[in-house]
Ligand binder design. Structure first.
Ligand SMILES: Cc1ncc(COP(=O)(O)O)c(C=O)c1O
Length: 390
């Protein structure tokens, strides 16, 4: 292995949100954070080198991205996702959720409804509600342990006021990779109800099983307006450096969204965005491939271990993301008791299922992007904790 994914990095004394934002020391008992979706790995050397060079320039004034930035985004999309774009179809935005907010502010009105499948990434709720739009939830259903959307339920939920469908592709937290047939069905549904599509593809590089299809490709066939949100944040562990992109239909859509950016007095790019994006998409594929295989092996190991050793937990089929959605209903506890159990009896802090809406209650989500030895020790602690009580 060329890169040091096995190395433990001590972030406990840093400003890392994952480490800082909750009480981590409970009566001297260390609790390992496995919640927020970033990795316990250093960024790729090429990204760090690009950043160091940018820092050395010494001036960090207002920026305009160069052609190289757009070439890098196009390169990654073509190489990894077989998606060909023109430069005028790419609009930089600071982060993905800021992009979602811009889309909602541009293409919907106050009190308009946005339909999404739940459980869902918590900030989807925050942004939609923060923009004074209304969340319409349609619960995913499980078929043979795999989460999928429930078209009949979606038909019941959609109303005259529903304007957009927000897709998480692949799906956080369940890890479902939507098949092209499923995406076609969503398109037919959106076409029937005149909804435009927002496709969040934050986790599209970490697809371990199944085949990821960018929604844009299918939606284009049906001529459904679609804005895709991407970022190197998850794939390269650079979410703290603000760089994401909206993939739009063309210059008209780009200008409409840009007008909303202007209203937010937000026309300039982060001074480090270009260095990070080029370092990632053009120069760090090898790092990514190694991280991908490392995490896949972590995830396979955890799924197998939990199934064999802690049967009170149920692990539905998860095809993508470095996260694992675990059903804790078998523990016969309420949500708060479940979280306290994980923290006090196992010394681990997962994400609480309720962060993903009410339908996530009594599940937890584990972040597996950390050194394998950390995972092994976490599994041991889990087994001890569960063996004492179940
Ligand atoms: C599905 C999804 N979208 C977006 C984000 C966050 O992206 P950003 O920090 O760029 O807003 C996350 C982070 O966990 C996520 O899981």
């Amino acid at each position: 292995m060329k890169y040091k994914f096995d190395e433990t990095i001590d972030r406990s004394q840093t400003n890392a949100f994952k480490w800082k934002a909750r009480l981590l020391d409970n009566d001297g008992k260390k609790i390992y954070p496995m919640w927020v979706a970033d990795m316990e790995f250093d960024a790729a050397p090429a990204i760090r080198k690009r950043l160091e060079e940018r820092v050395k320039e010494g001036v960090y004034g207002y920026e305009l991205l160069s052609d190289e930035y757009y070439a890098a985004v196009k390169h990654w999309l073509k190489k990894k996702h077989n998606c060909n774009l023109e430069t005028d179809q790419i609009l930089y935005c600071a982060n993905m959720m800021c992009g979602l907010s811009m889309i909602l502010q541009t293409y919907t009105e106050e009190n308009d409804e946005v339909l999404m499948n739940v459980p869902a990434y918590g900030n989807f709720y925050n942004v939609i509600k923060g923009c004074k739009r209304v969340v319409v939830e349609s619960r995913l259903k499980e078929i043979d342990q795999r989460f999928t959307f429930d078209l009949a339920d979606m038909e019941q939920r959609v109303t005259e006021k529903t304007r957009a469908f927000l897709l998480c592709n692949p799906h956080n937290p369940t890890g479902t990779v939507w098949t092209s047939e499923e995406l076609e069905q969503i398109c037919l549904f959106c076409q029937k109800h005149h909804l435009f599509i927002i496709s969040d593809e934050a986790h599209f590089d970490f697809v371990f099983y199944g085949q990821h299809t960018m929604m844009k490709k299918i939606a284009d066939k049906y001529q459904i307006p679609t804005v895709t949100i991407i970022s190197p944040g998850k794939s390269f562990n650079v979410a703290g450096i603000q760089t994401a992109a909206l993939l739009v239909e063309g210059i008209k859509t780009k200008n409409e969204l840009f007008n909303t950016m202007h209203a937010m007095a937000y026309p300039f790019e982060h001074a480090f965005a270009e260095a990070v994006t080029i370092g990632a998409y053009m120069e760090s594929e090898e790092w990514f491939e190694e991280a991908y295989n490392y995490i896949k092996s972590n995830k396979d190991m955890v799924v197998k271990y939990l199934k064999e050793n802690i049967p009170v937990l149920r692990v539905p089929y998860s095809e993508a993301t470095y996260l694992l959605w675990v059903d804790c209903n078998g523990m016969k506890m309420d949500e708060e008791e479940i979280m306290l159990f994980w923290e006090n009896e196992c010394g681990i802090m997962p994400s609480a299922g309720s962060e993903f809406g009410d339908s996530g209650k009594k599940f937890i989500r584990l972040n597996l992007a950390c050194p394998t030895k950390t995972i092994e020790s976490a599994l041991e602690k889990m087994k001890k904790g569960f063996d004492r009580f179940f």
